[in-house]
Ligand binder design. Structure first.
Ligand code: ATP
Ligand code: MG
Length: 442
């Protein structure tokens, strides 16, 4: 069950050889027991930080968090974090212990960890240490705090998000007392830094069990993103929909492939709906302009969460474009490729598919067929050769200048006219044809 890779095994063995206790601990023990491949292997030991440095003096060691007892030992170019058994001092900011205290007993170290499934340690010679029922909760598929949940979340508000992330990743339930405590203490997230929240949020979103988390803890998500609060229970009064906006959003998130950018886009795609709602004289609800409004709101939300620029700009495009009707002709598709690019269009197909999967079955067959047509048209258009942007034209600005057009905006205007005519198949994309048409336009 435990196949400890060589780099981690060397660290454990060396500490033991020098007379200390050493265990692999935390996530790698949990994942090994689950039959999953651990991401990284952490080691804990009763050796004090100075002693760890001495044991590994011939290795490259990075003093990652020496004050908190953590160093990173590089073995065969792989990092292994080694942390001295410790207990945490007071948490006055709900996030960082004011001081840590090194201890000699592994159980005391395990007691400071967040969840029972994360509070186990394993040593090839000493076996498994499971003082808080971690194996039981793994078998029962439950996320449960070590100790009293309110106290543990008050120490560190980020643990609320970690609970949801692990539950989403493994499709586990959150044990009742722990779940109540998460609801009760959700305001603690206001004290957690945006970067950490955002990173956990992405972790939750890419989990297989994200739907259950979104449906069970909307109150937590609206602490992080208050703009989502009006979507909760917002009825759509429209035959295309069978859910309120939040429930639709949750199903749409689950329906798209587990990529953080796509899932963020689904989380935010309808955030603009409540603000754009209107009802017509037949009692039907409409949301005119919600993609644009949603993109504006998404910009504020993601900026506040310190989202990186590449993700931000992709999400804004997806939100803004999620409701677009796809072209039905080759010229139309050429223009869309010129505007958005192939890969964005393919992502929009995924978005449309997920959006549809979270709607009522009203006109579904027609919607699915239209999407399939658009996808075939994209392939055909791409097969037809590159006629999408100015650089695909067989003539360029300096050619026009040689023909006597002065430098300036006229050049771009002429090139765009040529491109449109080529895209419409009204003009051949050859130097001669383009030059003679350009003569007429000059
Ligand atoms: P992942 O697979 O996401 O890396 P992990 O369990 O390894 O999961 P890490 O954040 O790498 O999570 O932390 C390693 C271990 O440290 C955890 O298993 C847990 O025992 C402990 N831990 C980490 N963060 C906290 C926290 N905020 N509060 C208490 N214990 C924590
Ligand atoms: Mg880890």
């Amino acid at each position: 069950m435990f196949s400890i890779p060589e780099h981690a095994r060397i660290v454990v063995d060396r500490l033991e050889y020098c007379g200390y206790e050493a265990y692999v601990v935390g996530g790698c023990v949990r994942d090994s027991l689950l039959g999953r491949t651990p991401k990284d292997w952490d080691v804990c030991t009763n050796a004090l930080p100075d002693e760890v440095l001495r044991v590994f003096r011939r290795f490259h060691v990075i003093k990652t968090g020496l004050k908190h007892g953590t160093v990173t030992v590089m073995v065969n170019h792989e990092p292994v974090e080694v942390t001295t058994y410790r207990i945490d001092g007071e948490y006055t900011d709900n996030r960082h212990p004011d001081a840590v205290q090194f201890v000699s007993d592994i159980e005391a170290d395990l007691a400071r960890r967040d969840f029972t499934i994360n509070a186990m340690a394993y040593s090839p010679t000493r076996g498994l240490v499971d003082a808080f029922g971690g194996q039981h909760d793994l078998a029962a598929r439950k996320i449960r705090c070590v100790g009293e949940p309110d106290a543990r979340f008050n120490e560190d508000g980020l643990r609320l998000m970690r609970a949801l992330r692990f539950a989403a990743r493994y499709r586990f339930d959150i044990e009742r007392e722990t779940a109540y405590s998460i609801h009760r203490n959700r305001h603690l997230l206001e004290n957690v830094s945006a970067e950490r929240i955002f990173s956990e949020l992405k972790g939750i979103l890419v989990g297989d069990g994200v739907l259950d988390m979104l449906l069970a803890f909307p109150d937590v998500f609206t602490v992080i993103i208050p703009e989502l609060a009006p979507t909760l229970g917002f009825e759509q009064h429209n035959p295309h929909h069978c859910y309120d906006v939040w429930t639709h959003t949750a199903h749409a998130v689950q329906a798209i492939p587990a990529d953080a950018t796509l899932r963020l886009a689904m989380l935010l795609h309808d955030v603009g709906k409540p603000a754009c709602y209107s009802m017509d004289e037949h009692g039907k609800g409409h949301f005119y302009g919600h993609p644009k409004r949603g993109a504006d709101m998404a910009r504020d939300i993601l900026t506040r969460l310190r989202c990186d620029n590449a993700t931000l700009s992709a999400v804004l495009t997806y939100v803004n474009e999620h409701d677009r009707a796809f072209p039905t002709t080759i010229p139309g598709m050429r223009r869309l490729i010129g505007k958005l690019g192939e890969s964005t269009i393919r992502s929009l197909f995924e978005i449309k598919k997920a959006d549809m999967a979270a709607q009522s079955t009203h006109e579904r067959a027609a919607k699915v067929a239209a999407l399939r047509e658009a996808s075939l048209l994209l392939d055909d258009t791409l097969d037809g050769g590159a006629l999408f942007t100015l650089k695909d034209l067989q003539i360029n600005g300096s050619d026009l200048m040689k023909m006597g057009v002065p430098q300036g905006p006229r050049i771009r205007n002429i090139l765009f006219t040529l491109l449109e005519e080529v895209q419409d198949d009204a003009l051949a994309n050859t130097r001669e044809a383009l030059a003679s048409r350009a003569e007429e336009l000059i």
